[in-house]
Design a protein around this ligand. Sequence first.
Ligand SMILES: C[S@@+](CC[C@H](N)C(=O)[O-])C[C@H]1O[C@@H](n2cnc3c(N)ncnc32)[C@H](O)[C@@H]1O
Length: 276
Amino acid sequence: MEMRNRDLKEDIREYWTRRSATFDLAFGHRIPPGPELDAWAAAVRQAIGPAPQRVLELACGTGEVTNVLLSLGHEVTALDFSEAMLGVARAKHAGNARARFLLADAERTMELDQAYDAVICRHLVWTLTEPEQALADWFRVLKPGGTLLVFDGDWTKPTPIGRIASLAVRAIERFIGHDPYYDGAMSEKHADIMTRLPFSDGLTAERVEPLVAAAGFADIRFPSHRPIAAAQRRNADLRNRLRTRFYRRFVLTASRPRDIDGPDLNALPQAEGRSS
Ligand SMILES: C[S@@+](CC[C@H](N)C(=O)[O-])C[C@H]1O[C@@H](n2cnc3c(N)ncnc32)[C@H](O)[C@@H]1O
């Protein structure tokens, strides 16, 4: 069982590594300046509050969400387990002193306890191999009062409207040809990985909420994803506008409760030898 799990993770890493050079060309991943960047920034600001904060970004890919966080003025540690993806992100943000990049597994970050004000990921949770372990780790690295922010969706099946939109895209592509960069669930490798994941039957807000609660998080909310989808449609062509309708996407925020019965770390006596 463990062996199969390890193989799965290797397959996931290989899949993303293969896509790293062209990932930004696939609609929905790059966040262009203008309405779309503004919409993502607004969602982040609303969830975690004003900068500067210490933010851990999980599975940063090519560094697009990293850009949102940096544009808001946060200090960002961005990690990914694909060296190639991380390479693209590093190059994009070279010279930015507020960005630190780490080659690491998002399910076992190895970061210090209570080191971050916020933990953020986009399009990672659906592909976790051990979601409970991952959530426990994210809880651990958050400061009490810190925020978890997840952007994700159910990529296994289109919504009823999405099915119609997908037929329309197929019809359009008969005239203008297939988009080689779009990642729909059609590619064989992607489909094979999907069937082996814990969320193989789809990641939904309803499905993830009890897992987040079981990890200790409180104040779990689902702000609307609509402003982001609307912004994505503003400058998109017809095919991409239709694509924003394919899948059910969601935003989740939750917080690590302040440990009211536990020690207030700031109130503890200073360590010996340090001036007060
Ligand atoms: C769909 S891409 C999303 C990238 C980025 N978050 C974004 O929204 O643009 C998924 C990313 O997750 C990374 N990834 C998947 N599982 C991971 C894990 N366990 N640890 C670290 N990175 C992981 C992949 O390498 C890939 O870069």
